[in-house]
Design a protein around this ligand. Structure first.
Ligand SMILES: [Zn+2]
Length: 314
């Protein structure tokens, strides 16, 4: 992080990363009394907020001394510095403190986001390549899915839809129940007793490979909306990024967070898609009621489409 840490320039807010960086400052003094305990000494201003981990620091107000991790280094009206917690700041210095606190918190947040974006900048070109490759793989698979669905009749497409809705990749054979099995079913499912209707027995005979690809929608494509913002991170230099408006900074920062789940999710959809388009897998869909005629038509069309881009159907 250190090498890309941005200096906020005119704001000149020091980074206080540990207790030492606070207490080693030349004007630092703790504890201190303030008005009215000390007649003369008043709040000067906030120098910087701090968010420590590990060792806590005691509040620099003499009547408080509560140890904490999060607080503010402040200056005093008589030229000292000390550190205080947010509650003490509000209690002792009221609106003077609160207004400064908001400004400093916003600045701190901005610096944090800026540094995360600069971290991203280091691996952004690799990330862009990865996203573009994913996008092209996904759009290829989508066009194959379109072709595949085009080879099915309307009622066969409905079967696919209901299978996707069931969120169950298992393929079943259905078997009528024997008299004993029917009785056992009614015994176990009191709600069915009135109608007396007993569903056939489901016998798992396999699984649709890459099943989850069938249900992928435009919502799963959100990650590709970030290709352009990523290009902006790559083309902007450090100073440009440091001057970005808060909105752009927030949006970029937000997607860095989201990309950590959206990219693996898209990678898995593409993997699913690749394993769906396999001759044996497609033929097995006859088990959910897709006719062999439609399936062999689909296999023929998909083979043709694959060979036109120099690939072959698995
Ligand atoms: Zn305190």
């Amino acid at each position: 992080m250190a090498e890309s840490t941005v200096d906020l320039g005119a704001d000149d807010v020091p980074t206080l990363k540990d207790v030492e960086s606070i207490i080693s400052r030349k004007d630092y003094s703790s504890p201190l009394s303030f008005f009215p305990d000390h007649r003369e000494r008043k709040f000067g201003g906030i120098i910087a907020p701090y968010h420590l981990s590990g060792t806590k620091i005691k509040c620099g107000i003499k009547s408080c001394r509560t140890p904490h991790w999060h607080g503010y280094l402040i200056s005093t009206s008589d030229g000292y510095e000390t550190n205080i917690g947010k509650d003490c700041g509000k209690t002792h210095f009221k609106a003077d403190f609160t207004a400064e606190m908001k400004r400093h918190d916003a600045l701190y947040e901005r610096r944090l986001k800026l540094n995360r974006i600069l971290e991203l900048k280091k691996y952004a070109p690799n990330l862009l390549r990865e996203l573009l490759a994913l996008q092209s793989a996904y759009s290829e698979l989508k066009s194959m899915r379109f072709k595949f669905r085009g080879c099915l009749s309307a009622s066969e497409n409905n079967r696919i839809e209901s299978k996707v809705k069931s969120a169950d990749a298992t393929l079943y054979h259905y078997q009528e129940r024997t008299k004993e099995e029917r009785d056992a079913y009614l015994e176990a499912n009191p709600a069915s007793r009135k109608s007396g209707s007993v569903p056939p027995k489901e016998i798992p005979v396999g699984e649709i490979k890459g099943f989850w690809f069938l249900g992928a929608t435009y919502k799963d494509e959100e990650i590709f909306n970030y290709i352009n913002p990523l290009r902006q991170v790559i083309s902007a230099n450090k100073n440009h990024i440091a001057a970005w408006k808060q909105g752009q900074l927030n949006a970029t920062h937000l997607w860095i967070g989201k990309s950590k789940t959206l990219i693996p999710a898209m990678e898995s959809i593409v993997e699913q898609g690749k394993s769906f388009f396999n001759v044996d897998n497609l033929i097995s869909l006859s088990i959910i009621g897709i006719s062999e005629e439609s399936l062999s038509h689909a296999v023929y069309e998909l083979k043709k489409a694959m060979s036109s881009i120099g690939k072959s159907l698995g």
